[in-house]
Design a protein around this ligand. Structure first.
Ligand SMILES: [Zn+2]
Length: 191
């Protein structure tokens, strides 16, 4: 794809005008883009979506940073790949992930300028919902700040671990409200 020099000159002139005629604190990327589009249209250029196949199915254009581009994988052209294969992004849309399996084929996009790696759908593993993974990570972080290393109780509030190194009851005998913590699990008591 190449943009004619004259069109680039029109865009440059539009942006220059925009910069000079719009107060600095009112300039926005959107305003600059509108100005450039306006100048292109009034200069006889046509701005329209490209309906060639690779643009009508943009979700297939998927550069995969995890795959090895040097591998000798079978390469398919656009829309000619066998069924049962999907790109990493398509797997994600199906709620799946490659699950540790390597890609089994390559699909060429944009006349070979970009490639996407194809994985077997039947080997894919379910993807954990991001919210659950985040919740689990947050809970682990909170547990570390709420659990007394001496009595192993997990309190409902954060403990002064940096200063006292334990809950108040372990520190100076101040009895803890039994409703303010969860008793340790049996395997933690044994440890
Ligand atoms: Zn304690």
């Amino acid at each position: 794809m190449s943009i004619p020099d004259a069109a680039v000159a029109v865009i440059a002139a539009a942006l220059d005008d925009y910069r000079l005629t719009t107060p600095h604190d009112q300039q926005t990327p959107h305003g600059a883009a509108e100005r450039a589009a306006e100048y292109l249209l009034s200069s006889g250029y046509r701005i329209a979506p490209d309906h060639t196949p690779e643009h009508t199915m943009p979700h297939l254009v998927d550069v995969d940073p995890y795959a090895d581009p040097t591998g000798q994988l079978p390469t398919y052209r656009w829309r000619q790949a066998p069924s049962g294969l999907a790109t990493r992004r398509q797997l994600r849309d199906m709620g799946l992930r490659p699950g540790g399996h390597d890609p089994v084929a390559v699909i060429e996009c944009r006349r070979g300028q970009r490639v996407a790696y194809l994985y077997r759908i039947d080997q894919a593993a379910p993807k954990y919902p991001m919210t659950l993974a985040k919740e689990a990570a947050l809970d682990r972080a909170m547990a570390a700040r709420q659990t007394c290393p001496h009595c192993q109780r997990r309190y409902h509030h954060c403990l002064p671990l940096k200063t006292l190194g334990s809950c108040l009851e372990c520190h100076d005998g101040t009895p803890a409200d039994p409703g303010s913590y969860t008793a340790p699990q049996p395997q933690q008591l044994a440890a």
